[in-house]
Ligand binder design. Structure first.
Ligand code: SF4
Length: 66
């Protein structure tokens, strides 16, 4: 699976960073960007929690070849 960030939706809440700092960070403008988009099996629960934490659904999990 692969994590995708829809930066145009991000409202800089930072919830995702608090939950999943291995994958996401905020840039100088406070918008989310990905540190890494690959998601290992063992990371799935945390990544999904990070996705759910976003109030504007700016993060999405897709198939790795999508
Ligand atoms: S939780 Fe959503 S809106 Fe907030 S910083 Fe993360 S991606 Fe952006």
């Amino acid at each position: 699976m692969k994590l995708v960030a829809h930066r145009h939706l991000c409202q800089s809440y930072g919830n995702c960073l608090a939950v999943d700092p291995e994958h996401v960070d905020l840039d100088d403008e406070g918008l989310v960007f990905l540190l890494r988009d690959t998601v290992e099996e063992g990371e799935l629960a945390k990544v999904q929690a990070g996705i759910r934490s976003c109030p504007v659904n700016a993060l999405e999990l897709v198939e790795a070849d999508a």
